[in-house]
Design a protein around this ligand. Structure first.
Ligand SMILES: Nc1ncnc2c1ncn2[C@@H]1O[C@H](COP(=O)(O)OP(=O)(O)OP(=O)(O)O)[C@@H](O)[C@H]1O
Ligand SMILES: [Mg+2]
Length: 269
């Protein structure tokens, strides 16, 4: 379980002659690590995540998962989007089990696995409910269970909680990281939200725009589950906010606020 992700000299233009969206991105995400990509709108976060999912090939460089170049999507690296994109004519159980059925898993095994997953995401009582009658948070739980069904090594989340209310968002943020940590799944989450980044990250990768680059990163060595009220959480939050506000300019890095908050300049190709 888990897989390392290597971003090797990635640059991208959507069309020849168009502006450079990503430039010289180099980074390594360790097996089982929870990495968060944060940056302003349009800096290329989704573009980079689509490349990790094998949905888009970079103009230059490549993504490697466990050393192998990613050239197409795979059930081993699943992506969850802002909208859960469920099949509206199916019930909860059918949506969660679909990937397993496609993979040729036997009916009894699908039933058992789906039961376990629905338990895990707190939807055991809703298995026969049509997904259209669920709330946004419940639909994201179905999408999460579906993503986990195929035992992915990597889970890629593109702002999947941004449409949810604050309470649902907070519980799902904690649950997803707990599940990925327990299963050793490598997690990459894209967000604009500073709190979400500190809640979910072992390491925050800070992107700048025009062109999109990962200029800095911040380790978040806080215990899990994260306590948002703790002074260390607030210290990391403040430090990331300061860094984020300066990240579009060429301002030098701020001094760390405490010896537990560390920035590291990332070298790019
Ligand atoms: N299919 C596409 N064709 C051409 N340009 C695109 C395409 N998708 C994205 N872009 C451009 O690439 C840049 C980065 O877009 P991307 O969606 O990766 O940003 P983002 O950081 O995810 O933004 P947001 O936070 O708003 O979701 C933007 O300038 C966008 O207009
Ligand atoms: Mg995006």
């Amino acid at each position: 379980m888990g897989a390392s992700i290597s971003l090797d000299g990635i640059s991208h233009r959507y069309k020849p002659g168009a502006s450079t969206v990503l430039e010289g991105i180099e980074n390594q995400i360790g097996s089982g690590e929870c990495a968060v990509l944060i940056g302003r709108s349009g800096c290329g976060k989704s573009t980079l995540l689509h490349m990790m999912a094998g949905l888009l090939l970079p103009s230059e460089g490549c993504v490697r998962i466990n050393g192998r170049q990613v050239v197409r999507p795979s059930a081993k690296w699943n992506m969850m989007f802002q909208k859960p994109s469920l099949y509206p004519w199916m019930n909860v159980r059918q949506n969660v089990g679909l990937g397993l059925e496609f993979a040729g898993t036997g009916k009894a095994e699908v039933r058992d696995k789906v039961d376990q997953l629905l338990d895990l995401v707190g939807l055991a009582d809703s298995s026969t409910v049509n997904v259209q009658s669920l709330s946004g948070g419940q639909q994201q739980r179905v999408a999460l269970a579906r993503s986990l069904a195929t035992h992915p090594d990597v889970l890629l989340l593109d702002e999947p909680f941004s449409a949810l209310d604050a309470f649902t968002r907070a519980s799902l943020q904690q649950e997803v990281t707990a599940i990925c940590r327990a299963r050793g799944i490598t997690l990459v989450t894209v967000t604009h939200d500073i709190d979400e980044a500190i809640l979910m990250a072992d390491r925050v990768l800070i992107m700048t725009r025009n062109p999109g680059r990962i200029e800095n990163e911040m380790a978040v060595p806080l215990p899990w589950p994260r306590d948002t009220a703790s002074s260390s959480f607030q210290g990391h939050r403040r430090a990331l906010m300061d860094q984020f506000e300066q990240s579009d300019g060429v301002t030098p890095l701020p001094e760390p606020e405490s010896d537990r908050v560390r920035f590291r300049r990332v070298s790019n190709g």
